[in-house]
Design a protein around this ligand. Sequence first.
Ligand code: AHR
Length: 673
Amino acid sequence: MPILTISTSAIKFQNKMKKHNLSILGLFTLVFCLSTVTYGQTAKGGKKISTDLFGLFFEDINYAADGGLYAELVQNRSFEYNPTEQGSWNPYSFWQYVAPGYSYGRISVETSAPIHPNNPHYMVLDIEHIGHEANYSGETGVGLKNSGFDGIVIRKGEKYNFSMFARQLSNNSISFAISLQNTKGEVLASGLFSTSSNEWKKYATTLMATASSDSASLVVLATTEGKFALDIISLFPEKTFKNRSNGLRQDLAQMLADMNPKFIRFPGGCLAHGDGLGNMYRWKNTIGPVEERKEQRNIWGYNQTAGLGYFEYFQFCEDIGAKPLPVLPAAVSCQNSGGTWRIGGTGQRALPINQMDEYVQDVLDLIEWANGPANSTWGAKRAAAGHPTPFNLQYVGIGNEDKITPEFEERFRMIFNAVKAKYPEITIIGTAGPFHSGDDFEKGWKIANELKVPVVDEHYYCQPEWFLSNLKRYDAYKRNAGQVYLGEYASWGNKLRNAIAEAAYMTTLERNGDVVRMASYAPMLAKKNFTQWTTDMIFFDNVNIIPTPNFYVQKMFMSNQGDYFFNKVISFDAKDTTLAASCVQDSKTGDVIVKMVNAGNQAKKMKINLSAFGELVPKAEMTLLTGNADTANSFESPKKIVPVTSDFKAAPKVEYTAPAMSLSVIRIKIKHQ
Ligand code: AHR
């Protein structure tokens, strides 16, 4: 144990200390170094592998951001919804005009003097009469009601932060009654305030809920006659992840944090390169005050507020100890723009060359925004948002599974060369198309090899059988070329058999962790009834979170990463293609982690030989994921497949029977000498 190491060492050094006139502080420093060295030991014979192997892919698909991870509870808060997102949508969508108590007035969406040109629409309320008709004792006023993303979840005893921008258009102060109401119209929380300005001004109040509801609405009622404009009507639970303002949904964010990812990719996916050039994700539109951000059509057919923008993403990465991995478009749009995947993906459009200087500068500016000092042009914007210290960005992805056309190549080279020249310390990630092989894959890698791109992003979604029959894929990769980022992969399905096929494949990513630098399952989040992609890692609604078996596999690997891989620790019938295994050691803790996968229908024996690792702590921990191959978790039965943790008796040589259709992860502690 380290404590023992320290005290024994201390006695041994007592005399030397006297001899060399060392101070107490000096001794402590020496002892601290010794104990760190002891912890840092790994067994001989290990292969150094990536320290960033398993991370997360985040894309605003399936309502992953707005209505999902982003904790905003009001939908269409800034009246920017429009028919390009969904045919029936417009600035009034998800807002209902209300005028209780025999009141009356008018509403209109206007654009003449917005808070900011990026946020052009706002709502005007012209209140002609606040009714107090005979014997009427209920609420009165004229205003708006919003039921959020399929109902607002309110919990008794919790606080909710309401805010809105208002501008008086008549020469009087307007009083407001804000309430959260259940479907019967009963008030669950309420607050009052009055306007005081003919300029846009933000008003805020905290509402305390006295009762709960899963389907509440926000009601904003003006109780004074007059005319005024409203925008960015917002409601957040006070409890967001790490209590960040403009923050993330606590339960979902915590679940991701608990996976222990090494990195998070953002903002996509196809969302990054966009549905046509005008739809490319431009990071500069997503930072700064939310009222100045530019909303736009989400490529997946809804609206993205950019409320969860680059700042919130970087902050989340920092909060959970994951490295940010932003992926920027390579100045070309998605090849499937306009739905052209139906005719073979001919929709790629390239930014005109005369706009490339400006575009390349945008990419460079992102790095300055993330890493530059607080007095640099873009670092100052980060500091103004509340983060004066740099974010330590290390990776930047250029392009997302693009069709490798001459237009792509020309623009990729321009961006790559500029980033490499100005920021040689940044690891650039190139792209090799949407499939595991084929034309784009070959061309993408060819360009990467020519330019010496350090890491290349591969994407593939396949049947579980494909994963099981390609367990040797990366064994054959050249070790003197670019490394791989397996940026998107999944087997088609969320049954246990899919997850176990992925687990088998992930052992091979560990085995090849010298050439596979990173990997992320995709997509990550999917909201019930708002799903555009059927195979996802975590399903959720406003109340529940349903982890899939695939999620558990990811979590078991992410939480058990090592930085040295050991061959020959686990032996099994090599001809049996349903078996796979890996063994890594984490040099920080010295823990040895063994992962064994049985994708077959019968239990199989494996032998574990841990004799290279020194003295083992006999009590180890095993996590086992197993069950019926065709079982999935659902909203009705969320816990059909869950991992089970138990004690495991560690010994230098152990025979283990891997249950049918299973992933077993055993974490063994080593006695430090
Ligand atoms: O992960 C879902 C989508 O799959 C991504 O947006 C895209 O990059 C890929 O085709």
